[in-house]
Design a protein around this ligand. Structure first.
Ligand SMILES: Nc1ncnc2c1ncn2[C@@H]1O[C@H](COP(=O)(O)OP(=O)(O)OP(=O)(O)O)[C@@H](O)[C@H]1O
Length: 428
């Protein structure tokens, strides 16, 4: 389990992470969501002992990363896929990481196969595409077969098939009982991948709940109702009738009404009784992406001046109370020291978390063999046909060794010394 307790990180005047507390449990994929610059990478770096918190602390299986015995054997991470010596081939890169942690050389070829890079293993990584680099970073994270995995935006640069493969890989790793913590800024992707969500904005917790709960809280049905554009008084008449009948109506950007609280036949009857003609009356379900954007839009740091979402929160007012962050609606998350209780920041027992929780309207999670079959750069990899071969136990019976926490990153200063090379194995 990963635990953050009151994590705060300041860079000079900039507060990147503020008073962040959460738990990431084994056996589930936990999505870590937040807009650009919200503090996801900083949080992961603090968990991995690469950045020191200004206050608070983070632990993995009850200890700070740096005081974990054999930390590199227990934790694998992809933080920055570009942090690779470009002059080295993919195989050389992984071999050097394996050597540092006493991992047998044959594991390198196994993970190259898992990520579909076996046919380009001899090529220098500086010629790799973004997606190939991501695969190499994932291979490095998997090298030691660790129980705790952190992935920072692992689908960056991957094509649709690669995204599907990462999705299945994350789920498979969690199904094996591992702790899987995956950052993303895409709610739609996390809705398909994660069991649990931790959402942050401006370094602060906005939500900590199961995907299932997020979906049920944010997938409220609504009706789109359109009256003749040329007769605004008809729209006003219908809006009043809907309000009197106990429904809520608000304007959509295109002039239609978005109606909640009333079934479609009732809206039709109300329109008929008010002598209002309808050009449209259709059922809809709020998208999770929209709910997520409502939740975080007050905490977006970087926005195009042409971004239509600038008005999203106002447009949503009165609609999906679940969509915004109660207490934060209409404004930014409070400044440090002024925080309010956040009803979204509730722990949901993991026992109630479904294995996968696609919402209505979302495609079901893809089925596939363990680890899926990545779009390999050549022949099908062995994991397409058979379950992943587990790492052989070390002489001490400990979990297999693992390299540095990030692709190409050395183990953080103060981390335990590399483990001895297992007997009869030479990582060279
Ligand atoms: N070393 C640093 N020095 C100063 N500011 C930093 C440093 N690292 C991060 N920050 C700032 O802290 C904030 C959080 O950055 P962080 O990279 O953790 O966000 P993120 O959620 O991972 O963003 P993205 O999704 O864009 O990768 C940003 O405003 C960033 O500019």
């Amino acid at each position: 389990m990963i635990e953050a307790v009151g994590l705060t990180k300041r860079y000079g005047a900039k507060t990147a992470v503020y008073n962040l507390s959460f738990q990431v449990r084994p056996g589930a994929v936990t999505g870590f969501l937040g807009p650009n610059g919200s503090g996801k990478s900083t949080t992961m770096r603090m968990i991995l002992g690469l950045d020191a918190p200004t206050s608070g602390h983070a632990t993995i299986t009850g200890r700070p990363f740096r005081s974990l015995p054999n930390a590199p054997r227990q934790v694998g991470a992809l933080l920055d896929a570009k942090a690779v010596h470009g002059g080295r081939s993919a195989r050389q890169h992984l071999l050097s990481l394996a050597q540092l942690s006493g991992i047998p050389a044959r594991r390198v070829d196994e993970v190259l196969g898992v990520v579909g890079l076996q046919d380009v293993a001899g090529r220098r990584s500086k010629g790799f595409s973004l997606g190939m680099g991501q695969r190499l970073g994932i291979a490095a994270a998997l090298l030691g077969d660790p129980q705790v995995l952190l992935f920072d935006e692992p689908v960056n640069g991957l094509d649709p098939e690669g995204i599907l493969w990462v999705r299945n890989l994350m789920k498979q790793l969690a199904a094996e009982g591992r702790t899987v913590f995956v950052s993303s800024h895409l709610m739609s992707e996390m809705a398909l991948t994660a069991d649990h969500l931790i959402v942050i904005g401006r370094g602060q917790l906005l939500a900590d709940m199961s995907v299932k709960d997020f979906i049920s809280a944010n997938s409220a049905d609504f009706a789109r109702v359109r009256t003749p554009d040329t007769e605004p008084e008809q729209r006003e008449k219908l809006t009043a009738a809907i309000g009197e009948a106990g429904g809520q109506a608000a304007s959509e950007p295109d002039g239609a009404l978005r109606v909640t609280g009333l079934p479609l036949p009732r809206i039709s009857d109300l329109a008929h009784e008010a002598d209002v003609r309808l050009w449209e009356l259709s059922p809809h379900q709020a998208s999770l992406e929209e709910a997520y954007m409502r939740m975080t839009q007050a905490a977006v740091d970087y926005r195009s001046t042409n971004d239509p979402r600038a008005g999203l929160q106002q447009a949503a007012a009165g609609y999906a109370p679940q969509g915004g962050v109660p207490g934060y609606a209409g404004g930014r998350p409070p400044m440090p020291g002024q925080e309010q209780p956040n009803p979204y920041a509730q722990q949901v027992p993991y026992g109630q978390v479904p294995a996968a929780a696609p919402g209505a309207g979302y495609p079901p999670p893809a089925q596939g063999h363990p680890y899926g079959a990545p779009a390999s750069y050549g022949a099908p990899h062995p994991y397409g046909q058979q379950p992943a071969a587990p790492m052989p136990p070390t002489a001490a019976g400990a979990p297999p060794a693992h390299p540095a926490p990030a692709a190409g990153h050395p183990a953080p200063a103060g981390a335990p010394a590399p483990l001895p090379t297992p007997q009869n194995e030479d990582a060279r």
